[in-house]
Design a protein around this ligand. Sequence first.
Ligand SMILES: [Ca+2]
Ligand SMILES: [Ca+2]
Length: 109
Amino acid sequence: MARLEQVITNIVDIFLDYAEDEGKKHKLNKDELKKVLEQEIQSPELKDKINAGDIEEAMEMLDKNHDGEVNFREFCRCVSVLAKSYYQKKTGRGGKKGKGKEQGDEPED
Ligand SMILES: [Ca+2]
Ligand SMILES: [Ca+2]
């Protein structure tokens, strides 16, 4: 399978694996969320981004519609936050509002 396809199917499969564990089959409750964050994210930096150390705070941050659970849309947002944070770390971009170097307009990539 192509790399991006793998990523896509992984995101869906991981979500469902944990979401189907208990309660509503297509939502992560607090316990399920805790397990995903514990088992599927190892890097302390990424964990920090979503407050994975404190499940109450992580849930607060991810549960945008405040129903007490993380649905797939909310989970995708979480993955996206993590991907952006990794991207910033890797490229040094997109973090703060860019000052841009003095008139340096040459493309670098
Ligand atoms: Ca569930
Ligand atoms: Ca929710």
